[in-house]
Design a protein around this ligand. Structure first.
Ligand code: GTP
Ligand code: MG
Length: 688
């Protein structure tokens, strides 16, 4: 690939709902531009971008993938993101690296949730927005239905740019309103045809011209006078509108047949802003103050790692967006998070899963540095004399947790290693040991996400695991006062053992055991008190009902007896445990369950269903009201943690993916009787 200067580079994130044709469209862009030799098909598993084994198996993208395209003296870095919400991390990565988002939906669709999400993500980072309505090759799939639906949501900013001319249900040709030319396509090859005379085309042309006119007062005047714009005026107006967010151009295309894809490429090359077009990116300096970093190849280095891949052959690959300066093999790059100078590995560019050596990555461009052991996604590398921190990646938080069980004993370490590698690539996976239940807990975005993790563990790391619902960390406590004696007496040959205590157990607010003594007249000598206390502390680690830790207990040693020769610390410790075993069952023991606070967001229409679901989960709604975005509600509730298992799945299906939530442990509460019985019964089964 030839060298491009910053002003000729565009970074484009391709986002949208699952299955709408993003990868297929990107493949068509690669093919038409000559970056790939054949038109890859998702169904045939031969695409450049869905190169991962999991993607081929599922016929769907699971992580972001990129390739550079050369078109009309411009380098277009295309980042194809997965549409399924479980793999949202991929779109967060793509958005971080891009200045423009190409939102892909398909002809015939309404405004799908993927479109809404992509639009919001672009807005959040202030990126330019383009829409591609693909699958316009199929009969009975109306481009115009989708266009109208988008227009209803996004208003007049939506600007038809390439439209299909239909005869019946069939697209005959595509009209480019920028150039006023029409083309028919066969195998992706364009043949220029006259622009058909058609009222729909006229209407769309007027809408296009009006959108262009709104970007400039002089153009507006011309528009009202009925004067035609020059090509230059059109392009300038379009670029201005796209840049300042007043125009979202819409392109009709077909990925599968590569029709009108050349027109889309022209549109992106001519009118998508690159980093160079902006005043600069906002970063924080060492004092935490905002600084603007212009896209200047001669400026001090500032680059953000937006993606990490553990490649079996190349090793670790860190994907960078260079904001200022350049990364070369001999750059001394300072890692702001670790304070270390990173030694550069090889510099490469990627085309899907393939690498090509490169000399450097310049400001405004994207590229990969290999073998940077100390760098992780989100890190800023900069000049040590000019320390700045760039925004990291807005990675989604894991929300579904499962316990991991290794199939073959002894492979635990291998599983942990595999998971740490996968976490490096995908920070929306977390893995930790629950100290209390001793289970290894894997968390991710949803069932499909965890399914992919399990598959990758098997195929990449050769270890098999099963997932199960994690154990709940219950607690036990008592509700009544009770007294009990614990007497340990043993005569075995020489030295005997003797310890005798009377202990009163009663409920208290403290979670930890409260130990006191009221011994009169040395019935138990002082020097044995610590042993009694230690004995009890060991005991409360395991409750008498189901073996969960005992909380909220006060134990008072108030009487006992001893033997001048046979009494020992050991004997008193044992005596204390006997008192515990005898006393606690009389103190009305019960089970406590963890309860968390749920804050869930959902569209207005789904509020009733979600409230119903929360009630079914024994939750208590504490409050609700409009969220800080239109047509959304926020609801706060307390819900037992044991009931939350599939909430993420239910929320997603009820809200079609629009809902989100956070859930955090709040406190322990008395479990209802049926749960107490179940917990005890389950523990008895496990004991067997
Ligand atoms: N007829 C027709 N089918 C298409 C077109 N584009 C994609 N498809 C089909 O739609 C399905 C999904 O296409 P993908 O390209 O994998 O969609 P995607 O948006 O990348 O999906 P995710 O990666 O899962 O989000 C495949 O079966 C494609 O063959 C198109 O332009 N026309
Ligand atoms: Mg895809």
């Amino acid at each position: 690939m030839k060298a491009y200067t910053s002003n000729n580079i565009r970074n484009i994130a391709v986002l949208g709902h699952g299955g709408k044709g993003k990868t297929t469209l990107c493949e068509a862009m690669l093919y038409i531009s000559g970056a790939s030799e054949r038109l890859g098909k998702v169904a045939d598993g031969n695409t450049v971008l869905d190169f991962d084994a999991e993607e081929k198996r599922r016929k769907s993208s699971v992580s972001s993938a990129m390739a550079a395209i050369e078109w009309d003296n411009t380098k277009l870095n295309i980042i194809d993101a997965p549409g399924l919400f479980d793999f949202e991390n991929g779109s967060a990565e793509a958005v971080r690296a891009a200045e423009a988002v190409l939102i892909v939906t398909s002809a015939g669709s309404g405004v799908d949730v993927g479109t809404e999400k992509a639009f919001k993500a672009a807005e959040k980072r202030g990126l330019a927005k383009f829409f591609a309505i693909t699958k316009t090759d199929s009969d009975h799939r109306s481009f115009y239905k989708t266009f109208e639906a988008l227009k209803e949501t996004y208003g007049n900013k939506l600007c038809p740019t390439i439209i299909p001319y239909m005869e019946g249900n069939i697209t005959k040709c595509y009209v480019n309103l920028m150039t006023g030319m029409a083309f028919e396509y066969e195998d992706g090859k364009a043949t220029k045809v006259p622009v058909p005379s058609d009222p729909v085309i006229e209407e769309m042309t007027a809408a296009f011209m009006e959108a262009v006119a709104t970007t400039d007062d002089e153009l507006m005047e011309k528009f009202f006078e009925g004067e035609a714009f020059t090509q230059e005026e059109i392009l300038k107006g379009l670029c201005t509108g796209i840049f300042d967010g007043s125009i979202y151009p819409v392109y009709a295309v077909s990925g599968l047949t590569a029709a009108a894809v050349d027109q889309l490429l022209y549109g992106l090359a001519w009118s998508a802003p690159g980093a160079y077009g902006y005043a600069g990116e906002t970063a924080k300096d060492e004092k935490g103050e905002e600084v603007i970093l212009p896209c200047d190849v001669n400026g001090p280095l500032a680059a953000v790692c937006f993606k990490t891949v553990a490649d079996p052959f190349v090793g670790k690959m860190s994907f960078f967006k260079v904001v200022s300066g350049k990364l070369t093999p001999d750059t001394q790059a300072y890692n702001v998070r670790t304070g270390e100078i990173e030694k550069m590995g090889k510099i490469v560019t990627v085309k899907g899963g393939k690498q090509e050596d490169a000399k450097e990555i310049i400001a405004g461009d994207i590229g990969v540095v290999t073998k940077l052991a100390g760098v992780k996604t989100g890190d800023t590398l900069c000049d040590s004399k000019n320390i700045v921190t760039l925004d990291g990646v807005d990675c989604p938080k894991a929300c579904l947790s499962m316990a991991v069980k290794v199939r073959k004993k002894g492979e635990e370490e291998k599983v942990a290693q595999g998971l740490f590698r996968l976490m490096e690539e995908d920070p929306s996976i977390t893995f930790a040991v629950n100290k209390e239940t001793k289970e290894q807990i894997l968390s991710g975005m949803g069932e499909q996400h965890l399914d992919v993790v399990v598959s990758k563990l098997k195929n990449k790391f050769g270890v098999e695991v099963d997932l199960s619902v994690p154990k709940v960390a219950y607690r036990e406590t008592i509700r009544k006062k009770a007294e009990a004696q614990g007497k340990h007496k043993k005569q075995s040959g020489g030295h005997g053992q003797f310890g005798d205590v009377w202990i009163r157990f009663e409920p208290t607010d403290s979670e930890e055991l409260v130990f006191e003594e009221e011994v009169f007249g040395g019935a138990v000598p002082k020097n044995f008190f610590p042993a009694v206390e230690k004995g009890l502390r060991d005991c409360v680690l395991k409750g008498v009902l189901a073996g969960y830790p005992m909380v909220g207990v006060k134990a008072t040693l108030y009487d006992g007896s001893y033997h001048p020769v046979d009494s020992s610390e050991m004997a008193f410790k044992t005596a204390a445990s006997l008192a515990y075993k005898a006393g606690i069952p009389k103190a009305d023991p019960t089970i406590l369950e963890p309860v968390g606070t749920l804050v869930a967001r959902m569209p207005d229409d789904n509020l009733g269903d979600i409230m119903g679901d929360i009630t079914k989960r024994r939750g208590r709604v504490l409050g609700m009201g409009p969220a800080d975005e239109p047509k959304m509600q926020e609801l706060t509730a307390e819900v037992p943690m044991a009931e939350m298992g599939d909430f993420t799945t239910v929320l997603r299906s009820v809200t079609a993916g629009r809902g989100s939530f956070s859930f955090e442990f709040t406190r322990y509460e008395q479990a209802p009787q049926n749960i107490v019985e179940k917990v005890i019964a389950d523990a008895a089964v496990e004991e067997e």
